[in-house]
Design a binder for this molecule. Structure first.
Ligand SMILES: NC(=O)c1ccc[n+]([C@@H]2O[C@H](COP(=O)([O-])OP(=O)(O)OC[C@H]3O[C@@H](n4cnc5c(N)ncnc54)[C@H](O)[C@@H]3O)[C@@H](O)[C@H]2O)c1
Length: 337
């Protein structure tokens, strides 16, 4: 029998790419999303690329009765939980909204999973839980000291998951700590479409390349890195999506944390230069002050995920940025709503 997976936040950036792969792998999927940061057009595109229908439920996960209704209506056997609010800066301005949305959603979901005897969960955590790392690359045993409310919601949800898994041995949970997902589906029809001013470097660079914005602001060129700009472990969103399928396939009793990254870093200047190469567009930039809370370098130790999930992120920076550019140049205004 086909397994049915609930994908919360499945209309969003990472959830939509994962949903396509789930359909292609033969899973039935239910997407639960309130569309607060996404578009129904992404769900339509998932159906086209996955060549199958999706059951779509427009629900706010902070509403427990609505979450219960989703489990009542569908034969759900496993959950990938992407839904949540995710902007670091916004979380500093509006901490209560972040705690309420992310924690209430996760607790409602865990409650209804248990009530419906669904014990398999893959959760979107983040490298943000590590805060400013003492050692690079960062492995899963590194101290967790998030420096902002968003990161703290991720760590609190991880703690909740560890506690429920300790209390009841039926739970099988993989907590995936993503590094920096970028790129888009190779068709150019599914990609990242942030509302307002992008918080992350690559969507910003792409909007400059396509002429929607004037120039990129580079937050400091005096970091302790080879070219002075910040270094991050970028991972192609499709490699990340494949990591979720592997995480579903390799659930074990209890709760485990896994880094998903490449183990390789790229600087802001490398991202700008490579985007110029793949797009043929000049990317004007200006170096400005460092942003509060930023760190010089983040790099994942990925051997645990490679080994436990039998998975590896292979796509390089050039592929990531040419796929991002294909999406942005085909859809200059994103999904257009
Ligand atoms: N993109 C990154 O750089 C990154 C890095 C690490 C972790 N993550 C985590 O991965 C997950 C997915 O990230 P993304 O980049 O795809 O974000 P996204 O905003 O594109 O997707 C999140 C989806 O959740 C939905 N949503 C938000 N609140 C909801 C609610 N209360 N009820 C129902 N749906 C709701 C949004 O409409 C959106 O479609 C998030 O949990 C995020 O914190 C993202």
């Amino acid at each position: 029998m086909t397994r049915t997976i609930l994908v919360t936040g499945g209309a969003g950036y990472i959830g939509s790419h994962t949903s396509v792969l789930l359909l292609q792998r033969g899973f039935d999927i239910v997407i639960a999303d309130d569309l607060s940061n996404s578009s129904l057009r992404a769900v339509e595109t998932i159906e086209v690329l996955g060549d199958r229908r999706v059951a779509f439920e427009e629900v706010d996960l902070t509403d427990q009765a609505a979450v219960a209704g989703v489990f009542d209506r569908h034969p759900i056997e496993g959950v990938i939980h992407f839904a949540g609010v995710k902007a670091v800066g916004e979380s500093v301005q509006e901490p209560l909204r972040y705690y309420r949305t992310n924690l209430t959603s996760a607790m409602n979901l865990l409650d209804e999973m248990a009530a419906h005897e669904v014990w398999d969960l893959v959760f979107s955590s983040s490298a943000t839980v590590y805060g400013d790392p003492e050692m690079l690359p960062i492995d899963e045993s590194a101290p967790t000291r998030p420096t902002n409310p968003y990161g703290r919601t991720k760590l609190m949800i991880e703690d909740i998951c560890r506690d429920v898994a300790r209390a009841d041995r039926r739970w099988r949970i993989n907590l995936l700590r993503y590094f920096n997902p970028i790129g888009a589906h190779s068709s150019g029809d599914l990609g990242e479409d942030p509302r307002g001013i992008p918080n992350n470097l690559v969507p910003f660079v792409m909007q400059v390349a396509v002429g929607r914005r004037q120039q990129v602001e580079v937050f400091g060129n005096d970091w302790d890195t080879p070219d002075g700009t910040g270094v991050r472990d970028y991972i192609h969103v499709l490699d990340l999506a494949e990591g979720h399928l592997a995480a579903l396939d390799h659930l074990e009793t209890g709760c485990d944390e896994l880094n998903l990254g490449t183990g390789h870093g790229a600087s802001v200047f490398e991202v700008i230069k490579t985007t110029e190469n793949v797009s043929g567009k000049a990317i004007p930039f200006e170096v400005v002050d460092r942003r509060a809370g930023d760190i010089a370098c983040s790099l994942a130790e990925v051997s645990k995920a490679n080994r436990r999930l039998d998975w590896r992120a292979d796509r390089n920076l050039e592929v990531m940025l040419s796929d991002a550019w294909r999406w942005q140049s085909k859809h200059p205004e994103g999904y257009g709503d």
